[in-house]
Design a protein around this ligand. Sequence first.
Ligand SMILES: Cc1ncc(COP(=O)(O)O)c(C=O)c1O
Length: 402
Amino acid sequence: MSFSKIAESIGASATLQLNAQAGRMRTAGLPVIHLGGGEPKSKAPESAIEAGIEMLQSGEIRYTPASGTAAMKDAIIDYTEKHYGRKVERGNVMASAGAKQAIMVALIALVDPGDEVVYPVPFWVSYPEMVRLTGGVPVAVRPADGSFQPTVEEMIAAIGPRTKVVLLNSPNNPSGKVFDRQFLEGLISHCQEAGVVVMMDDIYHRLVFDGRQPVRCYDCTDQSVDDSCLVVLNGVSKQYAMTGFRIGWAVGPQNLIKVMSNIQSHQSGNPCSLSQHAAVAAIKGAQGSVSQLRKDLENNRDELVRLLREIPGLKVDNPEGTFYCFCDFSAFDENSTRLAAFLLEKVMVVTVPGIEFGMEGFLRLSYCGDAKDVVEGLRRIKWILDADGSAELQAGDTVFTR
Ligand SMILES: Cc1ncc(COP(=O)(O)O)c(C=O)c1O
């Protein structure tokens, strides 16, 4: 069988592959510590569970409009007003099967083969592949100073006549960096003039630490939602620990949302009706689980950073949000794929190689699991990286050897 050129240009998701490998090791009874994951361990909010049960019991699980139910759209409208300070209409919003689908559908709506999509390094692993799926050309902008946020000038220098979209993710997976207001204002204003769409992947925007407030992109423009170059992508996956429900959304100009809804209607139909009902309840219900999650993640972040800083040779940046820390391990191995494989093989700790996010020599460590996993994972990493350490390390019934 021969495959399309697009299919042949797409690699498998490295994070999903690692999760599968760790899953197989766990099933085999091995004491794997998973610092590679991308989902909070907490439970979905009570309100969402109850709404889901109620709908299931009704036995009426039907198609909905492709762009989402009226109740789902109204919940997105309320959310946008509360968290972004903008009142939008039903025509400005579309629900999808996760933020991932919303991003993909927006790219299909905007990008022709050969068009460019510009985004900063480090980037979420799916961005280059999503752009390739449209036939577009990914353009990654690497900050010259080695930091996790390019300058406005660096971004603008990468924007050319074929650029259709600038894609930003803040707080950022993998770096945990929250892009500052000056950066967003400068870039949004340039893109507005240049006719380039700015897609804001805000999936982690409520998971920020140290009393921070994420910058609200609509505060960086005085254009109306319909006239602005902004498209906001968000969802329930991370903030409500509802990854498996697969509900995300897009907010943007009505003409774009209409085209996106048409595409989605032919591509997958509607997002799951049961999940939409549960997502509405999560958005409208008590928000205590979000604050608790943020607090737990902040504690885990503090512990992880403290332990990482005890390992000589590592360069550690304090993450400002998300549940990832992107750490420079190049003093131990310049090849992050080899180092991640070594840590998995030698001490059964899952990490994600930085090369997947565009930065070689780094590893991404997640702290969305139990605090005790962070401590145990770091104990093992510290031991195996210490050339002068003991010959063996005991972990429960398992003994690791060098
Ligand atoms: C930066 C970023 N955007 C989007 C997504 C996808 O979110 P969803 O589960 O809503 O599709 C993820 C998930 O890991 C992510 O890290």
